[in-house]
Each structure stands twice: as C-alpha cells, then as structure tokens.
Design a protein around this ligand. Structure first.
Ligand code: HDE
Length: 755
C-alpha cells in the first residue's frame, strides 16, 4: 500500500509543467520520490490486477484510474497547433490584407481561437458552485462480505481509486472559502463494479425533510434576487425568514451556527452520507447503514473573527490548504466508519431514520471503521477534473441500495438532471473524470459529444444478430432490494409524513447540550451575528421564538445580543406529545470529541524574521516543524534576504504585509528582531493570533514586546499556548509542537474581545 500511495501521487509530466529545470518547481516538499510511469503501471497491476479489457479484475482487486493517462496532455517540446492539429506559425498577428488593411475572414487560426474562447464558460453548479478536488484511494481495512457485496469492502487491503470534491454551498464559483456554510463532501469511488458516488456533507443532517422544499431553501439562502446580495452568506433576511418558518431546520441550524461551518481545513472536517442507505449482501439480505468520514487529523475549525479576516486576505484559504497538503506529502486521510442497524432497531427509535434532519446518536449505534481514504494527488487541470466531475447520488453499485427517505428520492432525480444542462447533454459520463474504470456496454447511442465508437449494427435488445449481446446480468447485476417499502401505513397516494417527522427540537437540544461551553458561546454569537444582519424585526423575533424550543438560555443570549428585551412566546410545536429521546447528551458531537492523532502535518507557522533575528533558532524551529510535516514560513518586513544577528542571511518568503498573522496556525517571534517591533503589522499579528486562541512563541526580548501588545488581563502565566522563554532554551519548540497538534484552548476568549 505504501508503494501504491507513492505510485498514485506520481504525475510524470508535472516537473516539466512547473519548469523544474529553471528553478520554478514548487519548493516546499514537492511530491517526493515519484516513480516512473512504468513503475507506476507495474505497481498498480501488481496490487490491483490492472485490466483495461473491461472484464472483471481478479477477485479482491480492482482496475485503476490510470485510464486518465489516455487524456493527459504534456505540451513540453511541442509546437503549437490548431484544434485540428495543424501547426501554427504565428500566434501574434491576425491575417490581414496589408499591414494596415482589414482582417481576413479566412483566418481560421484567429477565428478558432476566439470562438473557443467565447464558449469557454459553462454554467456553474446551482449549489456547491465553489469546490476543490483531489484524487486518492480507499483502502478496505475490514472486509464486511457478510453485510454487503459492495466491491470496495470485499477484501482487507483492497484499494479503490477515488476522486473527492469539497465545496461550499451558497457562494458562487469565485466566492470565498471561509464563508459560514455547510461544506459538500462528495466522493466518487471508481470501483470494479461501476462508479459509486457518496455525495455527502460535513454535517450529518439537513435543513429540510423533503426534496419538495429544496428549491425554496436554496432560493432563500442565495443572494437576494433583486440586488444579488449578500454573496456566500446566510446572514440576510430571506434565509432567516424561511428557516424561522421551517422548524424542521432547527437541528441543522445548530450545526450550521457551530464552528463546523468554518473548518480550518477540508482535512479536518468530518463527512457524512446524511441519509440512511442500505447495504445488501450476496444473499440479498439488507442492513441499514449511515456513512461517516472521520478525519485522521481530527476535527478543527476556525473562529468567526478569523474566518472573516481570512476571507479578505486569502479567499482561497481552504483550497490552498488542500493543494499544499497534498503537494507537500501531508496527505489528508479519513477513516470510513458505518453505523449498521436493522429495521427492527429503527422502528424502536424515537425518531425516524428516513428523516434527514435526525442523526442516530453513536450511543445508540456505534461506529464501525471499515476503511481509510487517502488523498494523494492534486488534479492536473481544475476545469477538466474538479469542474467537470459530475456526482450523482443515484450512482450506486451492487451491494448498496436506497431507502425511502423523501429527501433522498428528490436527489436521485436532481443530480443527473442538473448535469444535462451543466455539461451539455447525456454523454457526460464519458468525460474522463466521470468515466468508470470498467467498460460501459449498452445500447444507448448518439447524443451531443459522443466519444465511444460502438461497433456493429445492433443497438437493441433482445437481438439475435449480435448473439444477444450485451446481455442482462441478472443476479450478477444490480438488483434492488425487494422488501424496501417502509410505508407502514399502506400505499395509498398521499402528500404527508409519518408522525415522528413532526418532532423538530429534541436533537437540536441534544447537539447544543453536547457542546463545550466555548462552543455553545460560539453558537450563540453566530445566531446573534446572523440575525443582526436581518433588517426585518419580525424575522429576528420569530427565530428567537423558535430557539426557545431548544433552550431558553440560548434564546436569552441571542435576544440580548439583538436588543430584544422581552422573549417572545415559544413557537407552537407541531406535535403535542413529542417522544422521549433516548440520548440527551452525546460524547461525540463536540468538535473536541475527535481531536485527531496530535500530528501537526499541514499546519502553518509564521516565524518572524526582522534584522538582527536569532537566525539559529529560527532555522531550528523551521526544521522541527518540517519534520512534523508542518510548514514554518519566514515572515519579514519584506520578502527576500534578511540579515540575521549572527551575520548570516535568512530568506523571508512572506511579508507581514502579504501574509497577515491570522493566516497562520501559530506565531513565533525569535529573539533579536528590532526593526520589526516598529511594524504595526506585527502588533496586529500578535493580537489576532492571541484573540483566535492560537499558540504564540516569544523568545528573549520578544517576550516584553508580546506582553505589551496583549490585551489587558491576558494571562501570561497559566496560558499553555503562550510560550515565553529565554534565548537558548530548547523547550519552546517542543511546547509549540504539542499545542499545534491539539485543539485550541478557548479560555483566552471573551465576548466582546478585551481591549
Ligand atoms: Fe445536493 N445538489 N441536493 N445535497 N449536493 C447538488 O448537483 C440536491 C443535498 C451535495 O461537488 C447539485 O451537480 C437536491 C444533501 C453536494 O459536485 C444538485 C437536494 C446533501 C453537492 C443538488 C439536495 C447534498 C451537491 C448541484 C434535496 C448532503 C456538490 C450541482 C433533495 C447529503 C457535488 C450538482 C459536487 C450538489 C440537488 C440536498 C450534497 C442541483 C434536490 C442532503 C456535496 O443536483
């Protein structure tokens, strides 16, 4: 697997694209030890039985995604051509009748170039427009053949290639990464039984119970139609008007107002399949299942003030982080865990497992880890891969099936439908990033942009002229589970929901009560912020009335922040006798519950280097961080060489102007550094990093500077993330590394922030 991981990260053309020879190659930890293409091919076929003939690969193995190599283009050492492959002699001047004469219609080079340009844009996704993608693989760590015949889970050690796209939901394609929003977490498994798309989010529930409400929800959260504001934000009247009238969204609102809506990194967020699905074994027996992705790096988020500032300084914050993690070899990883349960168990729950506004508390059904996903290769081309990838919840494989979740039903329709417009016709499955690694055989023909050349005169079935091929696979193919009519009340046509769907608040309470006090404060502050942006008082009050059904304490805090003196009456409940919940407080719902493995991989630290800096310490710190997979960047008053105190030069690759402190996970100010202390940016660095509860290291004379800049009442003795030490001490480096790998300690926080 190690070999496999390294092999799949290889892109043999990359060095040339970056111009490795002229020193433009990415420096920090560029993907190392890339084996040759031949080595890759043999490693893959050894591990997976790579097989492009379209027949099934040997049992327990699967084909590979190296089919993409067919379409990868490397233009180094190549002359420029038209789209017809005709070499272009001059790419500067239009063909004209004389140097000052009119352009000629016959200039097919110009016309092709402009026409292609004119058609370069495709519609962005109607939701989840802004996304970032990566290639990787799934490794099965526990075969569950007794439960499912789904290809990826048939053998321990089996590798399945995949492509992942993370996204925000409301913002447009060019919007910021750190909006307060749900994140999409969509995984396309290229299995040897066809493509399986697990199209999930970083939150386990959704705003609505029925697909019928989806267009309303999206219209409410998107920029308001008259003036197209605000971009990538839910803090406006129409969103809160809608959700305050839809009590079923309350549980999701708790998640959305929590720090999960501003993840530090895609690599530090959980993913969820949200709906209840079915696993089906070879005997056709079904087990209900919920899918969870658990980040190996743990769950870590930003704080709101930080997210707001980052969105200005680096709107690509999460995208850049993902790219750099992969490029530097700090491959993001997640365990795939499942909750497995029976229909009988589901019947007994106080909530309905077909209701996507409910979780199944892990206390009721524990997680079982069955594999691990590793993202180890950046796309070669954003448009071809990340933009054109088409996820579809209907893409499932034998061993899986749906349930009657009414939200899921709408999704099964919607994803395929939307791609028809976005990707221009019914053949988008042939776009390389979407193509399965198994050969497609059917009698579908024609349509825009058809790539496959089907041979023969037969495009129908039954036939005798082609020997009956392609033939139906029968029980070898996808078979829907027969017993999946969960409608206990009969099958007469209705527009209605089961009774348990009418309870909307118990799990919102469960979530809130399971958070740490600091997280609860962040939730209250988020509600306050969002509702304070609403201009219609009735909307604010209605939302507070709804919150009273979750917690009077929360409602009071929010009301205080909005200047509402008297709490409105609680919103009437939709059910008179809400069922008693099984779990009222869960160990698993706080971000602190899964701090990760303590690794600092992928973290970024600013090491401040002004003239006279203790260069030996700065370098030692950088080296120690690098060994842990983190990046220590030398930040100077300007980029370029800085004279260290020992007469050497340190090369600053960032400046206090171009890389503000809030972009980093920690700040290190070594001893010496005189000039920098007169740089107002550095004062802001310290204040922001302190306010956002991130570690600060100050050595020697930097200690006095830092304590002067900190707000009144800052605790300089007990605060473990405030590391003030003597010059020459060794402890500071280890202390920083420990703090960096741990969740933030929010005890520094006050609301409002201290002066
Ligand atoms: Fe989506 N959703 N969705 N959604 N969704 C889309 O498909 C839709 C829902 C999710 O990176 C669209 O290709 C309906 C839940 C992700 O390309 C569209 C309903 C969950 C992505 C669509 C939902 C999701 C999408 C827009 C309610 C979490 C991005 C472009 C019935 C489990 C995938 C596209 C990517 C994208 C429809 C609700 C996740 C229009 C109708 C619940 C991660 O088809």
């Amino acid at each position: 697997t190690q070999q496999m991981a390294a092999a799949m990260a290889d892109n043999p053309t990359k060095p040339l694209e970056y111009g490795e020879d002229n020193g433009l190659a990415p420096s920090a930890g560029a993907t190392s030890e890339a084996p040759s293409r031949a080595a890759l091919a043999s490693a893959l076929s050894e591990v997976n039985g790579s097989d492009k003939t379209g027949s099934r690969a040997p049992e327990g193995h699967n084909n590979t995604i190296d089919t993409l190599d067919r379409v990868r283009v490397d233009s180094s050492d190549q002359p420029m051509t038209t789209n017809q492959g005709v070499r272009i002699s001059d790419n500067q001047n239009t063909l004209s009748a004389g140097v000052r004469g009119p352009a000629l219609l016959e200039d097919f080079v110009l016309r092709e170039k402009l026409t292609h340009f004119d058609h370069e844009r495709i519609p962005e996704r109607v939701v989840h427009a802004r996304g970032s993608g990566a290639h990787g693989y799934f490794e099965c760590t526990e075969a569950i053949t007794d439960i499912t015949s789904a290809a990826p889970f048939q053998e321990k050690g089996k590798i399945t290639p995949l492509f992942v796209r993370f996204s925000t939901v409301a913002g447009e394609r060019g919007s910021k990464d750190t909006a307060r929003d749900v994140r999409g977490f969509a995984v396309k498994f290229y299995t040897d039984a066809g493509n399986w798309d697990l199209v999930g989010n970083n939150m386990p529930v959704f705003f609505i119970q029925d697909a019928m409400k989806f267009p309303d929800l999206v219209h409410a959260v998107k920029p308001e139609p008259h003036h197209q504001m605000p971009q990538a934000a839910s803090a406006h009247d129409t969103f809160w008007d809608f959700v305050s009238l839809m009590p079923e969204s309350t549980h999701m609102l708790m998640w959305q107002m929590s720090d999960r809506a501003i993840p530090r990194s895609f690599a530090t967020m959980q993913g969820f399949g949200v709906h209840t699905f079915r696993f089906v074994n070879a005997e056709g027996q079904a087990t209900l299942v919920k899918f969870h992705w658990l980040p190996v790096a743990g769950t870590h988020s930003l704080v709101w003030d930080e997210a707001v500032k980052i969105s200005g300084a680096d709107p690509d914050f999460n995208r850049r982080d993902l790219w750099e993690r992969i490029d530097s070899g700090a491959y993001p990883q997640w365990d795939l865990a499942v909750q497995l349960f029976t229909e009988e168990q589901a019947d007994a729950f106080s909530f309905d497992v077909l209701d996507s506004t409910k979780i199944i508390p892990e206390e009721l059904v524990p997680l079982r880890t069955i594999g691990r996903m590793t993202l180890n290769r950046n796309p070669d081309n954003f448009f071809s891969e990340t933009e054109q990838v088409a996820f579809c919840i209907a893409n499932i494989i034998p061993g899986l099936d749906f349930t009657n979740d009414p939200l899921l039903a709408g999704r099964i329709h919607s994803y395929f439908d939307t791609q028809l417009l976005r990707l221009g016709g019914p053949n988008f499955h042939e776009i390389p990033i979407n193509a399965p690694i198994v050969q497609v055989h059917n009698n579908q023909r024609d349509g825009f942009h058809r790539q496959a050349i089907f041979r023969g005169r037969v495009a129908y079935e039954p036939n005798s002229l082609a020997g009956g091929c392609p033939f139906q696979a029968g029980m070898q193919g996808f078979v829907s589970v027969a017993a999946r009519n969960e409608s206990r009340e009969g099958t007469a046509k209705v527009r209605a929901k089961p009774e348990k769907f009418a309870e909307h608040y118990a799990q919102a309470r469960l979530f809130l009560d399971s958070q740490t006090p600091a997280e609860q404060d962040h939730i209250a502050a988020a509600f306050r912020f969002e509702l304070s942006k609403c201009t219609v008082p009735a909307v604010r009050e209605r939302m507070v009335a709804s919150l009273r059904n979750v917690s009077d304490d929360l409602a009071r805090k929010v009301a205080d922040g909005l200047g509402i003196k008297e709490l409105p009456a609680p919103m009437p409940l939709a059910t008179r006798q809400p069922p008693e919940p099984e779990v009222k407080r869960s160990k698993f719902l706080s971000l602190m519950a899964r701090p990760g493995d303590g690794s600092i991989a992928g973290r970024k630290v600013a090491i401040v280097v002004g003239p006279g800096v203790d260069g030996a310490f700065a370098r030692q710190m950088q080296q120690a961080l690098l060994e842990g997979g983190a990046v220590g960047r030398f930040v100077g008053m300007h980029i370029g060489p800085v004279d260290a105190g020992d007469g050497s030069a340190i090369d600053a690759d960032a400046s206090t102007e171009n890389s503000p402190g809030f972009l980093f996970d920690a700040l290190v100010i070594p001893d010496g550094n005189d000039g920098l202390k007169r740089d107002g940016h550095l004062w802001e660095f310290v204040r922001d990093v302190y306010r956002h509860c991130k570690p600060i290291v100050a050595i020697g004379d930097a200690r006095e500077f830092v304590t002067r800049v900190l707000p009144d009442g800052a605790d300089t003795r007990k605060d473990k993330a405030l590391i003030l030490d003597e010059r020459g001490s060794q402890g500071a480096i280890d202390q920083l590394i420990q703090c960096l790998g741990a969740p933030r300690d929010f005890s520094r926080e006050s609301d409002p922030p201290r002066v």
